[in-house]
Design a protein around this ligand. Sequence first.
Ligand SMILES: Cc1cc2nc3c(=O)[nH]c(=O)nc-3n(C[C@H](O)[C@H](O)[C@H](O)COP(=O)(O)OP(=O)(O)OC[C@H]3O[C@@H](n4cnc5c(N)ncnc54)[C@H](O)[C@@H]3O)c2cc1C
Length: 313
Amino acid sequence: MIQTVARAFFHLLAANNTLKSLASRFGMRGGSGFARRFIAGESVEEAIETARRIEAAGMTTTLDYLGEAVATIAEADAATRAYIKTIDTIAASGVERNISLKLTQLGLTIDRATTVDNLRRILDAAAAREFFVRIDMEDSGYTAVTIDVFETMWQQGYRNVGIVLQSYLRRSEEDAKRMNALGARVRLVKGAYKEPKEVAYQAKADVDAAFVRIMQLLLTEGTYPAIATHDPAMIDATREFARRRGLAPAEYELQMLYGIRRDLQAALTREGLRVRVYVPFGREWFPYFMRRLGERPANIGFVIRGILSDRGQ
Ligand SMILES: Cc1cc2nc3c(=O)[nH]c(=O)nc-3n(C[C@H](O)[C@H](O)[C@H](O)COP(=O)(O)OP(=O)(O)OC[C@H]3O[C@@H](n4cnc5c(N)ncnc54)[C@H](O)[C@@H]3O)c2cc1C
């Protein structure tokens, strides 16, 4: 209940432009801006530097050039070109070739056909450089169309692409079966948006129970699934189920977000499990940052401490 209210509150704040411009001014300032806890930097070079550190610690990465809900076709085109440039820069750097993106960044709020064209441009550039591209899942208004766009690309023969399913959505178990039948790679998450009860479970216990059911479906009949969570109970359930099924650590991966539970990321890596860290970067970090605050209201403490110490300097 508290979590649902917190999430709604932070989603409301995320829509506030004054707050956005204030936060944007201070959040990434210098090396100690408060948003740096979750955001690798505003430039791709900073993200690559972060990826190098993570890889040196034995983990893998996926880089997310932040942006979502662009309002014009010109912005969607600019984001697409920026992604293609990012692909070139990452390829030249030698860090792992794996990126995540959002379809509303490519124009999904405006026009499906434009989005498909933009995604195709990115997938072609990615395929030429042997990248894997993960399509993040956004709020439930976009679930059906995101899966539909993904399946369109799949039917056109693209295989360097995967999708995300959210366990809080009532529909996701069926979607998981459908993706497993295709042979598509799925990242399973709990879900980060404020959703109505008609489409999403509201109680943590129900979201967790669905997470375990879908994780089992993916580990049984899926293709190299990614189980993305910081919840030790979900990770234990995954590790235990994989052990019982006789799965080798190389047959699935765990994923976590940059800046969250670094201790757990390191411990699981030491244990020999595959851990991939999601590394977001770019100037459009505010909505992503607010979702991280909404997941854990205690995070607001470090923001306030960060702002106060900044003002004191
Ligand atoms: C790699 C990756 C990719 C993702 N992609 C998507 C996506 O495409 N679409 C989408 O809707 N969601 C996505 N998410 C977010 C996800 O839906 C959850 O909102 C988020 O992971 C928190 O849920 P949890 O599974 O960690 O469990 P929770 O039960 O929320 O948290 C478990 C524990 O993790 C720690 N924790 C969780 N969140 C935070 C935080 N913000 N700050 C500090 N500690 C925290 C706390 O210790 C908490 O007790 C992604 C998450 C990951 C890890």
